[in-house]
Design a protein around this ligand. Structure first.
Ligand SMILES: *Cc1c(COP(=O)(O)O)cnc(C)c1O
Length: 345
């Protein structure tokens, strides 16, 4: 079988959730947008709900509806894009809580679904989603009279703890919300790590659950094993892969593994990437193809059956570093072609 195997440790996700919960007194939600960062929203949210999570966050109403089918009634599902044209049926039938981002969305929501729960998203400086202070002043009394389920904002620079933007956004959020009765939320993973002053009532970790930075103490969650399809000896002067981009200087044993950029293994990792055969580190040779990668296994005593890209030896952030990107992008790029195995909590 040439299908690569992606193993997702649900026990590690639950342990990471508990560890983030233990960092303060706030309730800890779980962000499972983009299919739980590519790892499977149904499996991840079901495991976290058993662990005690009762509040889930998605980006789109469609994601929320699918999550509701997996979780059943009970948990809160917040839709961070709010209430868009066309969302009404999903929001109503799946019992979703849209995070209202603008006066337009507020009008749409109360007209289409009077009495249906909602939350408010405020912009405290990121200029991405949510009501700005002036808009909020105009709407605040009317919105609060309808008892929003949550009032939240998002930090732009929480991954950089000493960035002045953090304190600035905290002050703006406090100014916009101090004294209200509704529960408040400001912190994603990075914000949780800034300390309890940023936690308010409910936190919204995503990447930390999935083993990524900035949560350095996270337990690793994913491992990715790529089967070796063929092994050959390459003589000095011969090349490997497209565009002859790697040329052997010495006799080299080359394994071709199954997996490539169609599986989210970014082409950009090529020249810097490594895989592992047990305890032996093996260099990527030449370009990452759509379905295949050449790897130097000269140092491996017996030809390996598979090589590991993610796991004990290197994290999504290690791989992200080679490609000049972030762990989030590596995770969400993991394709649909893997055989996925879930380790039960
Ligand atoms: C994605 C997202 C989160 C989760 O962020 P992480 O950095 O993955 O913890 C929380 N809140 C909002 C608004 C988001 O867009």
């Amino acid at each position: 079988m040439a299908q690569a195997r992606l193993t997702i440790d649900l026990g590690a996700i639950c342990a990471n959730w508990r560890a983030l919960l233990a960092l303060g007194r706030a309730e800890t939600g779980a962000v499972v947008k983009a299919d739980a960062y590519g790892l499977g929203a149904e499996q991840v949210a079901t495991a976290l709900a058993r662990e005690g999570a009762t509040r889930f966050f998605v980006a789109l109403a469609e994601e929320g509806a699918a999550l509701r089918r997996a979780l059943g009634p009970g948990p809160d599902i917040f839709v961070m894009s709010g209430h868009m044209d066309g969302d009404t049926t999903l929001v109503r039938d799946a019992g979703l809580t849209p995070m209202i981002n603008s006066i337009d969305q507020m009008l749409r929501h109360v007209e289409a679904l009077p009495g249906h729960g909602f939350g408010i998203q405020l912009d405290s400086g990121m200029n991405r989603l949510g009501m700005e202070p002036a808009e909020w002043s105009a709407l605040r009394d009317i919105a609060l009279a309808q008892r929003p389920a949550l009032v939240m904002s998002h930090l732009a620079c929480a991954d950089t703890p000493d960035h002045a933007m953090n304190a600035r956004q905290l002050a703006v959020f406090r100014e916009m919300t101090d004294g209200i009765e509704a529960p408040r939320s400001l912190a994603a993973t990075g914000g949780i790590l800034l300390g309890p002053g940023y936690h308010f009532d409910i936190t919204r970790p995503g990447i930390g659950l999935y083993g990524g930075l900035p949560f350095i103490d996270a337990r690793p969650v994913v491992s990715l094993s790529l089967p070796v399809i063929q092994v050959r000896d390459v003589a000095p002067g011969e090349s490997v892969g497209y565009d002859n981009s790697w040329i052997a200087q010495a006799p080299t044993r080359v394994a071709t593994v199954s997996g490539g950029y169609a599986d989210g293994i970014l082409r950009a990792i090529g020249p810097k990437g490594w895989l592992w055969a047990g305890e032996t580190r093996c260099k990527v040779l030449g370009r990452v193809s759509m379905d295949l990668i050449g790897v130097d296994v000269t140092a491996v005593r017996t030809d390996p059956e598979a090589l590991e890209l993610l796991g004990r030896h290197q994290s999504v952030d290690t791989v992200a570093g080679w490609a000049g990107t972030i762990g989030y992008e590596i995770l969400t790029a993991l394709g649909p072609r893997y055989a996925r195995r879930y380790l039960a909590p």
